[in-house]
Design a protein around this ligand. Sequence first.
Ligand code: AMP
Length: 523
Amino acid sequence: MSRVIGIDLGTTNSCVSVIENGQPTVIPNAGGYRTTPSMFAISPDGKRLVGHLAKRQAVTNSRNTVHASKRLIGRRFDAPEVQKAIDLCPYEILRGANDDPRIKIAGKTFTCPEIAGIVLREMKRVAEEYVGEPVSEAVITVPAYFNDAQRQCTKDAGKIAGLEVLRIVNEPTAAAMSYGAGHRGEEKVAIYDLGGGTFDISILDMSDGVIEVLATAGNTFLGGEDFDRMIVAHLLERFHENEGIDLRNDPMALQRLKDAAEKAKCDLSERERTEISLPFIASDDSGPRHLQLEMDRAALEALVHGLVNQTIKTAEACVTDAGLQPGDVERVILVGGQTRMPLIQKAVGQFFGKAPHKGVNPDEVVAVGAALQGEALVSDDKNLLLLDVTPLSLGIATVGGHFAKLIERNTTVPVRKTHTFTTTRDDQTAVKIRVLQGESEAAAENDLLGEFVLSGIRKAAQGEPEVEVCFDIDANGIVSVSATDLATGKEQSITVNATGTLSQDEIERIIEDHELYEIQIKD
Ligand code: AMP
């Protein structure tokens, strides 16, 4: 039987795990690292580079190196998050045929699922080298707060990588699985997950093998990258003040600043002060200029405390949604590399009134949970029950631009709700249904998952025909819709095509294209 792998597809880094002799094992890559940068590049001589190879050349080839593309996946090109990324990223982001953002490097354009697929393919390869056989099945994690389009695109990425995606699992739920393996008794647990690009908080009830998510909340555009950005802005300002040179339009300098900012941030998790030294960062008529300054922990904390406060506000809303008080949560688990920052540990500890649990590795716990979930799925383990929720309300747009919620956020999935629709005019034979996900009362402020026209309704007086529309959210959090004309019993098949998802033909074309570039080590 082929092995199921668990992949944490992170904004910054990805991690893969497999169950070996009943124990989850994190698989190191060829360089011995237990996580792999989620980066892809095309080198000046046309080579496709993934992971550490891509990261190592990012400074000299920043325009052709893709990082943090998870922030774009499943979004519309016009979304504010994409527009923000266009300002921040050294690589080119273009409008795609489906109004999705596409990434252009070295003259070639890629869809976001394609880039994620390249990273997943690398993780698959790392796993195959380790287990010594082909791997075809995987559980892949996503931020709990990902909407339908982001989930569908992640599934497409799995297909592009040649993987059958057995389940899309929410990152905090995977972390809880890993923490809860072998755990007995009942406990209310909060998982605070701050990674490179996203923030999630989930409140769970764990009791004897049943993991029930009570509520989840988050922000898919808030993570360690934003902390780095604050530091870069500070360094740019200081350099401008001291040297009178503006580095904002120098991609190579910006990439060096970004790397130095991240390093300083990580250093300041361990010590009180650090040195930032970037020799030859610029030059002018008077010769080369160097950036050299000291930063202490208090200065870093002053720069980022607004971001930390935002996460605590979201945590507060999530605890309320779970029907609890912060003090009711018995254990707080930190996930994601950014939670190594002492200010975050302090803020989270203060909010919940208890010190966070230190027993899990924040970089690996999600991949381990995904592998455990994969094993439970293939072995049909009845002792483990995972009850997850949908993070966002699902509904339709109604007359006057309102949003009618049919499935409320934090409803346990899988879930199915039916609703009967009718016509507003005599002899009307078709109705248009716009499926939305989000929390705003105004339809236009929510994510449009898709729209479809129900046709073939028999002619009748206004309000007479009955069309039953069924909204389904499966265990992966993916939405599907079906409709039945109750008079005839005729079912209409409807597909909700999320932004940026690919057709089977497109996926096959991409797979063929990538096969052209595959290499292996010669015996
Ligand atoms: P993840 O997506 O979980 O791999 O988290 C990656 C993020 O964690 C990046 O923004 C890193 O800069 C950040 N990170 C990793 N180690 C540390 C550390 N020691 N202190 C602060 N942030 C860190």
